[in-house]
Write a protein that binds this ligand. Structure first.
Ligand SMILES: C[S@@+](CC[C@H](N)C(=O)[O-])C[C@H]1O[C@@H](n2cnc3c(N)ncnc32)[C@H](O)[C@@H]1O
Length: 332
């Protein structure tokens, strides 16, 4: 399945290689997904458990005009009231694993070492895609100036902080109280990051509060939630129309079993044993499809590859293990 997908994605890359939208510092590394990808996804997904009922997201009256994005509060608030029909994303067994290691978030040699090492690479993808989408200059010091971003499942804030340094108005949320405490303490060490708003809450609770953001980011979270399709619906509901949703996760492939579980947890001891459940991983087509059903169209996707010789992660066209997707919220 993984090699089939890879060949398909390679074919997509070849046909899109001359797209005028390839204006990245390293454009080779990001796929632009054409419509045909979705029909392939639909057929591959036939027997998957993520075939959620085609329940429409409730739509209210037209949204109010956006308030200005320089300064002010972290999120927009809709002036429509709507009852929440988003089920809880909480998986208590997963959350207790994170609670047990919350103090180690900022230990670059601790259990979150792989995320620390991946951070510059995933930020490169986020910077490129968001700057292109929101027409910002990726080369300036604060390219996200004024953008309202929520970092869902922020952990200790290792992504929220650089987003704030890039000028974004950041809200970081996590279901584990200890994570939020650590994130708050660390962010307060620097005046720039002390502006981050941290809350112990969930995406679905923010939906209930009718919050909306220009960009909704959930990195390495979807594999830990109770229901990925419901979680994506909440992320989509938090994204303004035409806004951006970014998700990274791990592919359910033979290679990910060998590397992300056997090697990372049992041989290299990078992560505590049992951190990941292979069956909770999503293949890229599944992610594309559940996002599409939630009204988010995936526009770009890239893989992350680890080089054991340099100890560095790079963006790649290989989505067989770690991958990241950038989508935009459709007009309803
Ligand atoms: C692997 S960590 C990723 C942290 C951060 N996104 C990053 O990549 O640096 C997963 C995080 O998601 C949080 N989490 C898991 N399920 C959640 C949920 N349903 N709602 C909010 N946070 C959740 C966990 O507490 C944990 O901090």
């Amino acid at each position: 399945m993984a090699s089939k997908l890879l060949n398909h994605l390679r074919a997509l890359y070849t046909t899109n290689n001359h797209s005028p939208s390839h204006r990245l510092s390293n454009p080779k590394l990001i796929f632009h997904l054409p419509r045909s990808f979705l029909s392939v996804s639909q057929s591959l997904l036939h027997a998957r458990p993520y075939s959620d009922a085609p329940e429409p997201i409730p739509t209210g009256p037209p949204l109010p005009e956006k308030p200005p994005t320089n300064g002010g509060t972290t999120s927009y608030k809709k002036n429509v009231s709507r009852a929440s029909n988003f089920s809880s994303s909480l998986n208590e067994a997963e959350l207790s694993k994170f609670s047990a290691i919350a103090e180690t978030w900022w230990d670059a040699e601790g259990p979150f070492k792989p995320l620390h090492l991946m951070n510059p690479t995933r930020l490169a993808f986020i910077r490129s895609t968001l700057c292109r989408h929101f027409r910002k200059d990726p080369h300036c010091a604060r390219p996200f100036e004024g953008l309202r971003i929520v970092d869902v499942g922020c952990g200790g804030g290792i992504l929220s902080e650089p987003l704030a340094r890039m000028g974004a108005i950041v809200m970081g949320i996590d279901a584990v109280e200890k994570n939020i405490k650590i994130a708050r303490l660390h962010a307060d060490l620097d005046p720039v990051t002390s502006a981050i708003e941290y809350h112990c809450t969930t995406a679905e609770k923010l939906v209930e509060e009718q919050r909306e953001f220009d960009a909704v980011i959930a990195l390495e979270v979807i594999e830990h939630v109770a229901d990925p399709a419901e979680f994506c619906k909440s992320l989509a509901a938090l994204t303004v129309t035409s806004g951006a949703t970014v998700i990274s996760t791990i592919n359910r492939s033979v290679r990910s079993y060998a590397t992300a579980i056997i090697a990372a947890e049992y041989l290299l001891h990078w992560l505590p044993k049992g951190t990941h459940q292979w069956s909770s991983f999503l293949i890229p087509e599944e992610l594309v499809l559940i996002l599409q059903r939630a009204s988010v169209t995936v526009q770009e996707m890239a893989g992350f590859e680890y080089n054991p010789l340099t100890g560095r992660w790079t963006l790649s066209d290989n989505v067989s293990v770690n991958f990241i997707a950038f989508g935009t919220k459709n007009h309803q």
